[in-house]
Ligand binder design. Sequence first.
Ligand SMILES: [Mg+2]
Length: 298
Amino acid sequence: MVSIDRDKLYDGLLGLAIGDALGVPAEFMTRKHLNRKPITDMINGGCWDQPAGTWSDDTSMTLATIDALNKNDWIINKDTLIDIMINFVKWERHGKFAAHENRFDIGNTCLEAIDNFSVNKNPYTCGVTGDKRCGNGALMRILPCIYIESDMDILSVSRLTHDNETCDLASLAYTAYAKELMNGKDKYEALGVIREIIDKNPAYNKTLYKLFNNVGENEIYSTGYVVDTFEAAIWCVLNTDNYKDCVLKAVNLGDDTDTVAAIAGGLAGLYYGKDKIPTEWVSTLRDIGTLKRICFNE
Ligand SMILES: [Mg+2]
C-alpha cells in the first residue's frame, strides 16, 4: 500500500489550483499587455468570463486523477488508468471535478483522447500520438504522480492524453523535480534530477541551458507548447523566493497563463507549503470544498 502524505499533497494541489485560478482571467493575454497592466490579485472576467477564483481544466483533470488514484489505493494498473479516463469523461460531459460542476475549457488533444477512450475503452491506446501533439495537457495534470514511484507508471498516466517522447520527458522531469521539492531539497540542487532525465536527449540541451544559466525573461516563452510551459514554470520557481511572487510572475508572462501558473504553483506550493499562500486567495478560491474532499479522500 502506497503511503500518501495528504497534507503535502494538499500543499501542491492548493498551489496548483490557485495558480490556475489567478491565470484564468488573463489567458491568451500578451506579455506586452500584462507588462502595462499586470495581474496582482484574483479577478473575474477575461476570455472565459468566470467569477474570481475559478479554476479550470488543469485543476479539474488533476482532481479527476487523484479521485481515481484514491479508489485504487494509488497503485497504477489497467483498472486505475481506466478509472482516470472515466473521470475525464465525467468531467468533459457532465462537469464533474470542475468548480461548481461548470466546465468551460478543454484542450484539443485532451478532448481527442477522451473521445478515443469513449470509443475504444482502452487506456493504453486512447492517448493521441504524434510529434506535433506537444501541448501541455499531460504536464498540467501530472502532479499527483509525486506519489508514484515507477517511471513507467508515471508515463502510463501521462500518455493517457499525450503519447509522445517530448511530453513523456516533461512529465517525468516535472514529477522528479516536484518530489525533490516535496522532500525539502533546495530548488537549485533539485535541478540535478531534471538534468539526469533530459540530458540523454540532445534535443533538450537548450532547456538545460536556460534552467542552469538563469536566462532573462526574454528567453522564456510561456506558450502551450509543453517545453515552453515546462521551462517557464521552473524559471518562475527559480526567479522568485515566495509563493505569491512565483505565481504572479507566471501569470504575467502571458499567453498560457493559467497552465504555466498552475504548474509553477504546484511546485511552489510543495516548496513553501500551503501556509505561505496568501489567505485572501485561499478564501476567494471557488469550491475549495471539492478540492479538500478529494485530496483528503473524505
Ligand atoms: Mg486551463
